[in-house]
Design a protein around this ligand. Structure first.
Ligand code: Q0T
Length: 303
């Protein structure tokens, strides 16, 4: 393929006249009036907690279109904040930027957000594995002894976390969650999170992808408790290729493996400034994201 020359990577958004609402490592969110937000997924990539100097072609489109796929797949399970991703339907003040927004943005309903990250784990990895090794529990969920790293749990567990303004989210128990969120809402958030994970993870597994764990964010809208943010993407979840699954060790991630391997190889000290990636690493990583989209959805990415 020789489309590389046509690829353009979006690292920073710049929409004169729009008001920035929030900016994350990867996404920029703009405020549209009092009721709506415009989510824009850039091609930025983070690794070891830092945004790298090099963007990944198509990454923002892949993440956006994976979320759109899940919002539709989950429509009978939970209302979501999506209004439209069709740039033709965007309000005039943003439609002027349609060429930058197409395929990588969503117009969403503003919600009253719950101040917790709703994490579901089907497999033992990351901070869940750390906590299990230390005390045999994960966020107050008692687990059988003798589980190995990356092992599938007897059933998926709900492991909420607080949203740290800066630094890392802190795992909390369900009991601690009920001090931050009305207990009746907390039970609903837990039950919804588990139902969403189960339905989505089953579909992904049929397509050869293990969703080891994932983080949801919910808010309240006129429709009730509403699924917000991005959903079930490689940035909010651990995606593992099922054909390479091998419990008892850390698993290779579907998407970021070339990036992590490169950063380990150059022995980056994991302090800023984050290095740039060789073109080959960026290109192969882009292919992994696009492949994840194809494999999961059976569709071609809209570019
Ligand atoms: C939010 C009101 O903006 C965020 O991350 C940016 C990188 C996270 N965040 C989202 C909201 C949402 C959503 N989603 C919504 N529908 N309504 N606020 C707040 N923080």
């Amino acid at each position: 393929m020789t489309t590389d020359l046509l690829d353009s990577v979006l690292l920073q958004t710049d929409f004169p006249g729009l008001e920035l609402f929030a900016s994350g490592k990867v996404r920029d969110v703009y405020r549209l009036g009092s009721d709506h937000l415009l989510f824009v997924a850039t091609d930025r990539i983070s690794a070891f907690d830092y945004v790298l100097a090099t963007g990944i072609p198509q990454k923002g489109r892949v993440l956006t279109q994976i979320s759109l796929f899940w919002f539709d797949f989950l429509r009978d399970v939970v209302p979501n904040h999506l209004i439209t991703a069709g740039t033709n339907q965007y309000p005039a003040e943003v439609r002027q930027f349609a060429n930058q927004l197409r395929g990588r943005s969503m117009l969403v309903q503003r919600a009253e957000m719950f101040p917790v990250e709703c994490v579901v784990r089907g497999y033992l990895s990351g901070s869940g594995w750390k906590e299990y090794k230390a005390n045999g529990n994960v966020c107050g969920n008692k687990l059988p002894s003798g589980l190995r790293e990356s092992e599938q749990l007897p059933e998926p567990i709900f492991t909420p976390a607080t949203k740290a303004a800066t630094g890392h989210d802190e795992n909390i128990s369900f009991e601690q969650m009920t001090r931050l969120v009305d207990p009746q809402d907390a039970r609903q958030l837990r039950d919804l999170s588990l139902a969403i994970y189960s339905k989505a993870a089953a579909l992904a597994r049929e397509k050869g992808i293990i969703i080891a764990d994932t983080k949801f964010e919910f808010g309240r809208t006129a429709a009730g408790i509403t699924l917000a943010d991005e959903v079930l993407t490689p940035d909010s979840s651990r995606f593992w290729p099922a054909d390479k699954y091998s419990p008892g060790m850390a698993q290779q991630s579907f998407d970021k493996q070339y990036v992590r391997d490169f950063l380990e190889e150059i022995r980056w000290n994991k302090l800023p400034p984050a290095p740039a990636l060789p073109a080959e690493v960026a290109r192969k990583t882009s292919e992994k994201y696009v492949e994840a989209y194809r494999q999961l959805t059976g569709r071609e990415l809209d570019v």
